[in-house]
Design a protein around this ligand. Structure first.
Ligand code: MGD
Ligand code: MGD
Ligand code: MO
Length: 782
């Protein structure tokens, strides 16, 4: 193990560092020559959709857009490295489990289906037919279809997701836990109630016309690097960019565009945020209320002085409901409480409000820093309230922009991956495919873990993702998975979830997006939907990583045919021969997808309609709704502070620059000045001093949950960072053992992985590891 190097990073985001990093990653994956060709095909009209993030491309047809982390995602898939049967013959599952997640990922692409053999504790090759027969046998043997869980990670294409939800509903359950449950679920819940549509209302063109862009709890420099291009342009033309983030993220401060030759040669960069506010972790609801309060106070002054009103009364009267009650609640809110809970002063919030008021049109963006809290839905609705005050929804340059994660997470939801499907959708699905869909709501991620833990669910199938590592409460999840009769992973790379398995277990390797998908009718394309509702084609161009791979749609269809047999009237094999047939089926189920095959072939694809964008309000009230929310002091963090004798911190778990969720590309976090180490804990200087510790010391971190379960991770390196007092940050998934399964966002049930109450103690190297079982030890202890 190399020694970690902690050294503040002085440069801008992007720049030469990004180019160097890409070159290194391509080399490591053995794809330098192929790399250029593969990279140039990302996000091109006839190429594949970048498997990185869900940020849209300029009409999906512009010139090549350089993106460091997109390049890493592509290189990870196009890698020359292979996991073969020899690796599984050499390494027992017990031994594999001893390797780090970084090592597992580094072994390369999986090449053939494998089945767990309990007698030898090895995965052994299995034929595709046997694998599907195994799944069918287990599913048919269950007492009820509700005893099976069908997880989806947001990389699955529309076609794969559509077939998957059809299969599972014909089988008889709505058990669709999916990565959204841990991600933007609160955005969907909040916006549907407030605006009638659970998706963002802006397009990329709006970014060209916004006078101000507010960014709450999102780190685009790492997670959506192409967004920096839009922000850079906005900054250059004088738009205000206001960041709310407890950490000073370099990508929100300064960016050097690797495509701007002049900027690169001069070692120049562009300022991104014009104002940067560092609220306390979880303080955004209070901060937003402060901004709203200032806006309403300014409006009251204008009214008193006979000056023009600052709120958009016409819009409020024509389009909204609930304004009076909302304004009254805000008027009664206490500035002292706002300041205390947000960690920002009244003057700072007034400054943010002035930027909002000066701007003719405003976009608000947000990410995981907002959604992974107990009061996530309330916070998002407060963003909505702020936008509604001045009619900043449904006109040019303005709107709500939840920035999605996985490249097709939004499309998967559109295709019906939901544990709470709408009745009208189920009616239609049943009509088109001639069956009676189940009506009972299914399990989300946390519900699925609880059901498996309690023995109510026995089969777990995953269309992508890394359930064991991505979910909260790592030990509880592992126990739940181990209790299953069968676990199945449709996957491209080896990961932790394959090693935390049921009594029977399958690894089913599939094609990635960059690869040619050859079916009976010829090479196939799939479709995806980006964060701004553009649907477009994605066509692979690399030779498959192995001859034994199947496409995701093919795997789902064969699983369905084997399981459902004559019971199903769906022509599964026929659908997969030509994906146009799947898209025709999608057309018959969703009106918004009329003429799907024709429209998706227009370069750039097409945009799905968004009623809120057109100022049609499909809420229960028939209008956009102002929704008041109290600042709650009854959160797990507050309760822990009130009851614990120790100093309680709030920990946010977040992403480094060198990871894609649970996929660890490397051990560096360039912009935050960390090299060679992931077990770090970012903490303010004053807090280090208060603890009588020093930067570079190792600590153990214990979370304070209310269920009495002890949750600890050990040996984290303290790294000084200018976080506000009482706030900590560390990487996921190493810290997931600290996230209690029972701590969830109100209404949306998203694990609160950005606000975990924790206490710190000097690392005790002699302490016995806590309840760490062999299969997750490497994730948990590094
Ligand atoms: N390269 C790369 N790209 C990715 C991913 C990846 O892992 N790697 N993941 C993809 C996925 S699935 C998703 S969902 C997105 C995630 O992208 P982001 O939404 O950017 O997610 P995070 O990195 O978890 O955290 C975002 C920011 O929230 C801040 N934060 C923490 N707590 C708070 C708070 O209480 N208030 C505020 N205002 N800020 C807070 C953190 O400092 C951090 O800057 O990215 C997607 N793209
Ligand atoms: N503590 C904490 N926990 C979190 C978060 C957090 O911020 N903090 N973030 C949450 C969020 S936002 C999300 S979205 C989830 C992510 O949860 P997941 O989506 O489950 O996790 P990933 O790490 O994205 O999944 C990576 C795996 O997907 C597989 N894969 C990659 N490409 C493909 C493909 O094309 N097809 C198939 N079938 N498989 C593929 C590979 O095997 C790879 O190992 O984690 C959540 N968990
Ligand atoms: Mo996500």
């Amino acid at each position: 193990m190399s020694t970690p190097v902690i050294k503040p990073y002085a440069g801008p985001a992007g720049g030469w560092g990004a180019l160097r990093s890409v070159a290194r990653h391509l080399l490591e994956q053995g794809v330098p020559a192929l790399g250029a060709k593969t990279l140039l095909s990302a996000n091109q009209p006839d190429g594949f959709d970048c498997p990185g993030c869900a940020w849209p491309d300029r009409e999906h047809a512009s010139t090549f857009e350089f993106c460091e982390n997109g390049a890493k995602a592509v290189a990870a898939e196009a890698t020359k490295r292979r996991v073969t049967r020899e690796l599984f013959a050499r390494e027992s599952v017990e031994r594999l489990a001893g390797y780090s997640d970084h090592w597992l990922e580094g072994q390369g692409r999986l090449t053939e289906p494998m089945r767990y053999d309990a007698a030898s504790d090895h995965y052994v090759p299995v034929s595709w037919d046997e694998a599907f027969a195994c799944i069918a046998g287990h599913l048919q043997a269950l007492d009820s279809p509700d005893e099976a869980m069908f997880y989806t990670s947001g990389r699955a294409s529309n076609e794969a997701a559509f077939l998957y939800q059809l299969f599972v509903r014909e089988y008889g359950t709505n058990n669709f836990p999916d990565c959204s449950n841990m991600c933007h679920e609160p955005s969907g819940v909040a916006m549907t109630a407030q605006l009638g549509v659970g998706k963002g209302t802006v397009t990329l063109e709006d970014f060209e016309h916004a006078d101000a862009i507010f960014i709450f709890g999102q780190n685009p420099g790492t997670n959506h690097p192409r967004m920096l291009g839009e922000l850079r342009e906005a900054s250059k033309r004088g738009a205000a960019i206001v960041a709310f983030n407890p950490m000073r993220e370099r990508g929100l401060e300064r960016f050097a565009d690797p495509q701007d030759k002049l900027e690169m040669l001069r070692n120049g960069d562009t300022r991104i945020a014009s104002d940067y506010f560092q609220p306390r972790i979880g303080g955004d609801l209070a901060a937003l209320k402060g901004i709203v309060k200032h806006v309403l106070e300014a409006d009251a002054r204008a009214l008193a002085e006979g000056a023009p009103r600052v709120v958009d009364l016409e819009f409020i009267a024509a389009h909204t409901t609930g304004f009076e009650a909302f304004a009254a609640e805000i008027a009664a809110e206490d500035w002292a409480l706002i300041e205390e809970e947000s960690g920002l002063t009244r003057a700072q919030l007034a400054r943010a409000a002035e930027v909002y008021l000066r701007a003719g049109s405003v976009i608000c963006c947000w990410g995981m820093g907002i959604t992974q809290h107990k009061h996530a839905v309330a916070t998002i609705q407060m963003i909505g309230n702020l936008l509604l005050l001045r009619g900043n929804i449904g006109r040019r340059g303005a709107g709500a922009c939840p920035v999605r994660g996985h490249s097709n997470v939004q499309g998967d939801r559109t295709m019906g991956i939901s544990e709470k499907p709408a009745a009208a959708f189920l009616d239609r699905l049943g009509e088109v495919f001639g069956f009676t869909p189940p009506r009972k709501p299914g399990c989300d991620v946390v519900g699925a873990i609880e059901a498996m833990r309690d023995g109510r669910a026995k089969v777990f199938v995953a269309l992508g993702g890394n359930f064991a590592a991505a979910t909260p409460d790592t030990h509880a999840t592992a126990e739940a998975l181990r209790g299953c009769a069968l676990t199945v992973h449709i996957t491209t790379k080896l990961n932790r979830s394959h090693l935390v398995h049921g009594r029977d277990a399958l690894i089913l390797p599939c094609l990635g997006r960059t690869e040619i998908d050859l079916q009976a009718a010829g090479p196939q394309s799939v479709t995806v939907e980006d964060s701004m509702s553009m649907v477009h084609l994605s066509s692979g161009m690399n030779a498959p990583a192995s001859r034994d791979l199947l496409s995701e749609p093919a795997i789902v269809a064969r699983m369905a045919a084997a399981t459902l047999g004559a019971r199903s009237r769906t022509r599964w094999a026929w659908l997969v021969e030509d994906y146009d047939r799947i898209r025709d089926a999608i057309t018959r189920v969703f009106d918004d997808f009329h003429d799907f095959n024709a429209r998706v072939r227009v370069p750039g694809g097409f945009r799905l309609p968004n009623a809120a964008r057109e100022r049609r309000w499909t809420t229960r009230e028939g209008r956009a709704v102002f929704i008041p929310h109290a600042i709650s002091r009854d959160t797990p963090v507050h309760r822990a502070r009130a009851t614990s004798a120790e100093h309680v911190f709030t920990l946010a778990t977040t992403r480094s620059h060198d990871q894609y969720n649970t996929t660890i590309y490397g051990l560096d976090d360039r912009y935050r000045g960390v090299r060679g180490e992931r077990r770090v804990l970012f903490i303010g200087d004053d807090d280090i001093a208060m603890l009588r510790l020093r930067a570079g010391d190792r600590v153990d971190v214990r979370s304070l949950a209310e269920d009495g379960v002890e949750r600890v991770v050990r040996g984290f390196l303290l790294v000084a960072n200018d976080l506000p007092r009482g706030c900590l940050a560390a990487y996921y998934p190493e810290t997931n053992p600290l996230v209690p399964l029972s701590s969830l966002a109100d209404e949306a049930r998203t694990p609160t992985s950005k606000s975990i109450p924790v206490v710190l103690s000097r690392h005790d190297a002699t302490a016995a590891p806590v309840r760490i079982s062999r299969d997750i030890a490497a994730t948990v202890t590094g």
